[in-house]
Design a protein around this ligand. Structure first.
Ligand code: DX5
Ligand code: ZN
Length: 216
């Protein structure tokens, strides 16, 4: 089980402090949400911010690209120090090429599907990715409610992994709190992203412990 706090809900004027805080609190990854105002109706940050936070933590940077034509920026995000780069199946007509680019750069690759996208859309890249991210909310904003209908896709991906000997981890992102984390874990998820549950609290370390307890 890995816990990946999303800095989308951190204090952007104090990113270093907020990253160090969750690292000390037992986080496994730092989840970085990149939004371009086109693929999703929100704008966040680019490779320069990834580069700036790289020396601040030893934890892997799990970079979630919510941008159109991610192929144009994959090299920049790799050079900036990303450890995992995840691309949306819906964001490019060339998802296989995008994943291949990430693999060729020696970075761990991820593919992600929105709540309305079926697992079949990524069927032909499952053998070449390190991580599959199942969005459990519609991407764009922190603090939204978990969408139950997505859970069946976690179970489907877990079964496909067992049947075919694939090695990907299954990550979930959106509306993750102890109860929903537990539901996802039971369906087969391994990596849990949580933004507002951790950072919107007065005591993020307590929140991390609550999530860990629910997943133990
Ligand atoms: C949503 C982002 C998430 C977001 C999750 O588009 O991909 O990573 O930070 O936030 P919470 O945990 O608040 O739903
Ligand atoms: Zn995310």
């Amino acid at each position: 089980m890995k816990l990946a706090p999303s800095i989308l809900s951190a204090d952007f004027a104090n990113l270093q402090r907020d990253i160090e805080l969750v690292e000390k609190g037992g986080a496994d990854y730092i989840h970085v949400d990149v939004m371009d105002g086109q693929f999703v109706p929100n704008i966040t940050l680019g490779p320069n911010v990834v580069q700036a936070i790289r020396p601040v933590t030893k934890l892997p940077l799990d970079v979630h690209l919510m941008i159109v034509n991610p192929e144009n920026y994959i090299t920049d995000f790799a050079k900036a120090g990303s450890d995992i780069i995840t691309v949306h199946a819906e964001s490019t007509p060339h998802i296989h090429r995008a994943v291949q680019m990430i693999n060729d750069l020696g970075v761990k690759s991820g593919v992600v599907i929105n709540p309305g996208t079926p697992v079949s859309a990524i069927q032909h890249v499952l053998s070449i990715v390190d991580q599959v991210l199942v969005m459990t909310v519609n991407p764009g904003f922190g603090g939204q409610s978990f969408i139950e209908e997505t859970v069946v896709k976690i179970a489907e991906l877990d079964l496909l992994r067992q049947e075919n000997g694939y090695h990907y981890a299954i990550e979930v992102d959106g509306g993750i709190v102890p109860e929903t984390a537990k539901i996802c874990k039971e369906a087969g998820a391994d990596v849990f992203v949580a933004g507002s549950y951790i950072y919107a609290s007065e005591n993020p370390i307590h929140q991390i412990n609550q999530l860990k307890e629910a997943l133990s």
